[in-house]
Design a protein around this ligand. Structure first.
Ligand code: ZN
Ligand code: ZN
Ligand code: ZN
Ligand code: ZN
Ligand code: ZN
Length: 434
């Protein structure tokens, strides 16, 4: 499947929330209908018209059938009564049951439609559990958050009013990304001939001025920060580890992206920004190492297409993938090249794959490699930092809010009203503390 087809297939948060047509993405208002029709079998998909329902059916059929069977199993629908832990347990259980029923792993869309399924924010009753004519009442402003009754809205409204705008921003960003259809939001080919970097400008606004960015709408600008956050986080870090002269003398820049997965792969196109900020670099070598990567490339990597100006100047951006843990990769003398910087985006290393992160971090410390790691939230950053300290890291700058964080809100599926951001906090470290 092509990237564009894949994007077409991805359902929006509103489609999952049941307030946009599962086929054409329109809300009832946009489609000019009074209400959306609900699929009578699974009661989880909504359509603006019979035609849209028909068009969606081939892709929906299998999952619909499995959901239908699941909703008939009364014992699988124990009431959660406002208890989030119980609700989460139940949704995980549902995923297992659907896995089994379909005899294959669920797709991302299928997982998301369970994790983000519409539910009352107070008693946590799911839309599926409500027998018509009862149904959830969505917030008419963001259209994504619902309650089961006016009484429950009365309880939840004060809390929601503070967050409604963030939900709306999230949906607008999602629409911008959808319309881009895999094209990068940022394509600024020129660079500063006076080579003033470093230091970097002080924030996103001055950065865009420096880079002669066109006027963006607010949501488009958020999406641009999301795609530029990885390269800018790296540039800001190397500015701390290397002198201006060292950076200007660099002919080849080698970056290790550790614990890399889909996020790093999707970000690859925006890494050319590093070459545009550092025009003396002739070769940018990006080495992705992570257990979730799809396939191994040769150690020499694949040459990625650059902008016309870089191509003309014969500059190269090379990317190599190693689907393994970093410390194992480092033991392969044919594959391993010492980097200028090692990067871990949104690692959550204190709780996810900790058994792999520990030997990886210790290896980096022993080699005295300059490192920048980021976290999704302040709370995670504090715990990540503690783990790094426990493993003996010498912290250069711990747990600072990242100036180059993404401002696209992302929503945590398993905690009510909890937002997080790519590369929100960052920590720089290098070598052993003692
Ligand atoms: Zn439709
Ligand atoms: Zn259905
Ligand atoms: Zn309720
Ligand atoms: Zn709202
Ligand atoms: Zn270029």
């Amino acid at each position: 499947m092509s990237k564009v087809e894949e994007l077409h297939k991805r359902k929006s948060k509103l489609q999952i929330a049941g307030t946009a047509c599962s086929n054409c993405r329109k809300t009832s208002k946009e489609a000019g209908v009074k209400i959306l029709l609900r699929c009578t079998r699974c009661r989880m998909s909504y359509y603006c018209s019979k035609n849209c329902q028909k068009a969606d059916f081939p892709g929906h059929k299998q999952f619909c059938q499995a959901l239908c069977e699941l909703s008939a199993k009364e014992e699988a629908w124990k009431l959660c009564d406002g208890d989030e832990t119980e609700w989460n347990k139940r949704v995980i259980e549902h995923m297992h049951l659907l896995d089994e029923a379909l005899d294959r792993p669920l797709t991302d869309y299928e997982k998301n439609s369970l994790l983000y399924q519409p539910k009352c924010q107070v008693c946590l009753i799911s839309a599926v559990e409500l027998k018509s004519p009862q149904k959830l009442i969505p917030c008419l402003s963001c259209m994504i958050i619902s309650c089961c009754s006016e009484a429950h809205w009365k309880i939840h409204r004060p809390k929601h009013q503070k967050l409604c705008q963030t939900y709306k921003n999230m949906i607008e960003c999602e629409n911008v990304i959808y319309k881009l259809m895999g094209e990068t939001a940022w394509a600024q080919e020129e660079w500063d001939e006076s080579r003033t970097f470093p230091p970097l400008p002080k924030d996103w606004q001055t950065y865009f001025e420096w880079r002669n960015a066109p006027k963006f709408s607010e949501s488009f600008l958020s999406v641009v920060t999301n795609s530029l956050s990885p390269p800018l986080t790296i540039l800001a870090a190397i500015e701390r580890f290397y002198t201006r002269d060292e950076l200007h003398a660099l002919d080849e820049l080698i970056i290790h992206l550790i614990g890399a997965s889909q996020y790093e792969i999707m970000s690859l196109s925006s890494f050319e920004e590093i070459m545009h900020v550092l025009p003396n670099v002739k070769v940018l070598r990006l080495i992705l190492v992570g257990l979730e990567l799809p396939n191994k490339t040769t150690p020499a990597g694949i040459s990625m297409k650059c902008c016309s100006r870089c191509e003309k100047e014969n500059r190269k951006r090379i990317c190599a993938l190693f689907p393994t843990s970093y410390h194992e990769h480092a033991e392969q003398p044919d594959d391993y090249i010492k980097p200028h910087i090692a990067v871990g985006f949104n690692t959550g290393l204190y709780e996810t794959d900790t058994e792999h992160w520990e030997p990886t971090v210790k290896y980096l410390l022993d080699k005295d490699t300059p490192c920048v790691f980021t976290s999704y939230s302040k709370e995670e950053a504090a715990q990540d930092l503690q783990a790094l300290k426990d493993w003996g890291a010498k912290i250069i700058s711990g747990n600072k809010e990242n100036k180059w964080k993404s401002i696209v809100p992302l929503i945590e599926p398993q905690v009510l009203d909890k937002f997080f951001y790519n590369n929100y906090y960052r920590t720089l470290f290098r070598g052993n503390a003692s």
